[in-house]
Each structure stands twice: as C-alpha cells, then as structure tokens.
Design a binder for this molecule. Structure first.
Ligand code: PHE
Length: 445
C-alpha cells in the first residue's frame, strides 16, 4: 500500500516533504498569524510563539511523522495497525471532525483572497485611500451574497481537484509557485519596511511588552502554532506515511517548521509596519491583512500587477491547504459510507458549503469555528498523539523510526523528554489556565 502511494505521487526525494510544507504554509501564515498576533499584543506573543513552536509543536510534528511512516498508512489505518483493537484510532476520527470544522471558515477566507485578486485586476483597489480600503473590506465581508459567491468558487475548485484525485498535480505546480510567492512576500516586506512611519510597526513586532501576555495570549499562541503546522489532527501523520525511509525524519520536521515560521514572521514584517504607517488598528481581527496589503500595493511601482499576482499566488497556497483538509474528510466519507470518490466529495463539499454559509452570514459563528478548531480541537488532538508515543509505541521503536535512514538523532533524548512530559503538561496547563481565567480565576492575569 505504502509503496503504491509513494510511487503514485512522490517520485522525487523531497516530494512528500514539499507536500507537507504545502499543507503547512497557507492562510494560517499570511492571514491568521498577523491577525492573532495583532490581537495579542505583538512582540511578547511572538516570543511565546517561537518557544511553543520549538518546544511543543516541533515534537508533535516529529511524532506525527514517525507514527505515519512507521505504519506506512494514513492516520486512521496508522493507529489501527500500531494499536490493534484499541481506541487510539479515535484520534483519526477527531481529526476528520477538525478538518471538517476548519473548512467551514477556511473557504471563506480563501474566497476573500480570490475576491481581492479580482478587485485588483479590475482596478477597484488602486488609488483608494486607507479609509476607502477599509470600507471595501467591511462592505464585502459583511455582504453574505458576496462572501458566499467567492466561497463557493473556492470550495468548488478544491472539490474539483479532490474529486479527480489530482492533488499531486497541484503539488507539482505549487513547488514552482510557492517560491515565487515567497519572493513576492519579501519584496512587499521591503516596501512596507521603508514606508514613512514604519518604525512603530517594527517595534510592535520586535520589542516585547510582557504585560500584554494574558492567559488568552498563551492559549492563542499554542493554537496558532498547531494550526499553522497542520498538526493535531493527523494530516501530518498521513504525510509521514509518504516520506521515504531514506529521509532523515527529524530534519524533515525541522525544515517544515522553520519554513513555516519564517514565512509567518515575514508576513508579520509585511503587515505591521504598514498597519502603523497608515494608522490601521493592529488588533482589529480577521480583516487585518485585507485592509493593510492594498495600501502597500498602492505605494508600489506597478502595484496593481503586483497585487493581482500576489493574491493569486495566495489563492494557490490556500488551495494546497484546503485540498489537504478536504482530502481527510472525503477519504473518511468514502470508507465509512462506501461511496465512490466523486460522490463522497460532492456530499462532503455540499455539507461544508451549507455550514460555510452560516459562517458567511454570522461573524460570531465564523469566529467560533476559527477559535474552537485551532485553540481547542488541535491541541487536544496533539495531546493524545504525543501520549501515544510513550504509552503505546515505546521509546525504542520511535528512536528506530527516527533513525531509520542510518543517521543518529543526537537530540533524541530531548525530543523524548519533551514529548513524554513537557508537551502534554504544557497543553493541560495552558488549557486549565485559560478556563480558569474565563471563570475569573486567571493564574497569570
Ligand atoms: N496549516 C494550514 C495553514 O496554515 C491550515 C491547515 C490546518 C491545513 C490543519 C491542514 C490541517 O493555512
């Protein structure tokens, strides 16, 4: 089975890792990271985020890769094979639920991205001042018909690719297109950093004010780290099963995490200097990227072309992530209800679309699904995934898997300690603390 999957999709050595990176890098980096960071006080949040990435998210990613590659099967099968007759496979079910919930609102944001490509192409964003740019976002994002129209287009495109099982083709394109997006992000960053008044944005991002570190900020940093790396729901376990035994697994996980962080950080550097230069509130929420970016493009030579290309590439980044999410749901529906791939894509997409309409009509619902999936479902999933390592797989087996290519993993003991104690404890503590703080007993308020 594994051989087939490997042959079908990932002939090149780095194919599986590029695909994992494609799932990780998406709207989570460009849209979600700046908005959550902006709402949680900037630099201090960034520092916590880096710590959580290294000490919590990276061990989870390594664990998911190891479980997947050891079993050689996608997430459900992986847990069923490695722990036959036990309840661990429920992690796979929870992952399906989570993918489903994320898709309700992810497609709306993808839709906004496509809409912005269209608005720039038709010149509707050029020469607007900052308040008109703000108005454009407010009007369009609060108009259900507009939101639903663009959401359905993106959902349709995702469904089309998944139904035909051609996601590997998309991955081939995205290997060329994603580096171009990265270059564009760097160029936009430079323009943003050289705007008059950019320095306040730079200090917002880089000089920490620890009084802003509320329990909520910790909770959100943890959720964002999981969301951005696509961990805690088994997607990366599945990608792990595609990674060849010849690959250095810890290094693969480290590269995906570093790339993902680097892109998120660059997006911070792109958004905040401009937001401050134009007097945009950094804590305004989910619209932040959309009310900030057009201002930078308007200050660039050939800004309109730049803007169209930028948003289109962002659509591709969103697509590779939403394909990896829909694939999880479709595979599940297919196997549970015995449907053909096309039928199960249709059923899944229609259900997601209907709930997506709910999110398009109600910002409260949008926010609820966004927060519950990233901050609650993913950390809970990750909690059980890391527990699987000491409780079921065992130290020796994980070590063998991580070193299967013959290269010793020097930091294995650090990894194992983090996975067995620190990660589960940290998740529990951060959860308890935020629940207490909601109830009015915050430990670190
Ligand atoms: N990591 C993706 C992003 O940054 C979102 C995602 C989450 C994809 C979980 C798959 C699974 O956009």
């Amino acid at each position: 089975m594994k051989e087939n999957i490997a042959k079908e999709g990932f002939n090149s050595k780095i194919g599986a890792i590029a695909a994992a990176a494609g799932s990780a890098v998406g709207l989570g980096n460009v849209w979600r990271f700046p908005y959550v960071l902006g709402q949680n006080g900037g630099a201090a949040f960034l520092l916590v985020y880096v710590l959580f990435m290294l000490l919590i998210a990276l061990p989870v990613l390594m664990s998911e890769f190891s479980i997947g590659r050891k079993a050689g099967l996608p997430v459900l099968g992986a847990f069923q094979t490695l722990a036959p007759g036990k309840k661990w496979y429920l992690i796979g079910f929870a992952g399906v639920l989570c993918a489903f919930v994320i898709l309700f609102y992810y497609n709306i944001v993808s839709g906004w991205t496509l809409m912005y490509a269209y608005l720039s192409a038709t010149g509707q964003l050029a020469s607007l001042d900052e308040s008109q740019i703000n108005q454009t976002f407010e009007q369009s994002s609060q108009d259900p018909v507009t939101c639903i129209f663009w959401m359905v287009l993106m959902l349709g495109a995702t469904g089309f690719v998944v139904a035909r099982g051609v996601e590997k083709g998309i991955e081939q394109y995205s290997k060329i297109l994603m580096p171009i997006l990265l270059i564009l992000i760097i160029v936009v960053c430079i323009r943003s950093l050289t705007l008059d008044g950019a320095s306040d944005g730079i200090s917002f991002l880089l000089s920490p004010d620890f009084s802003k570190l509320t329990p909520r900020a910790l909770f959100e940093a943890l959720g964002q780290a999981f969301f951005s790396l696509s961990i805690g729901m088994g997607t990366m376990t599945t990608y792990g099963s595609y990674i060849s035994k010849k690959q250095n697994l810890p290094q693969a996980a480290l590269s995906v995490a570093l790339l993902d962080f680097f892109i998120a950080f660059l997006c911070g550097l792109m958004i905040f200097p401009c937001a401050f230069a134009f007097g945009i509130n950094p804590g305004q929420g989910a619209g932040l990227v959309f009310v900030t970016l057009p201002n930078i493009f308007n200050k660039m030579a050939m800004g309109q072309i730049f803007s169209v290309v930028f948003f289109l590439l962002l659509v591709v980044a969103a697509l590779t992530s939403s394909i990896s999410l829909l694939e999880v749901v479709v595979t599940f529906v297919k196997s549970q209800f015995g449907l053909k791939r096309r039928m199960s894509t249709l059923v899944s997409s229609i259900t997601i679309g209907i709930l997506g309409i709910g999110c398009a009509v109600s910002p409260t619902l949008f926010d609820f699904f966004d927060k519950i999936s990233a901050n609650v479902l993913l950390p809970l999933g990750a909690f059980f995934i890391v527990l699987f390592i000491p409780l079921r797989l065992g130290k020796k087996a994980v070590r063998e898997e991580m070193e299967a290519n013959g290269t010793p993993f020097k930091l294995f003991n650090v990894y194992y300690f983090l996975t067995k104690y620190i990660v589960p404890l940290a998740i529990l503590l951060i959860f308890t603390n935020s629940i207490l703080s909601w109830m009015g007993y915050g430990l670190f308020d």
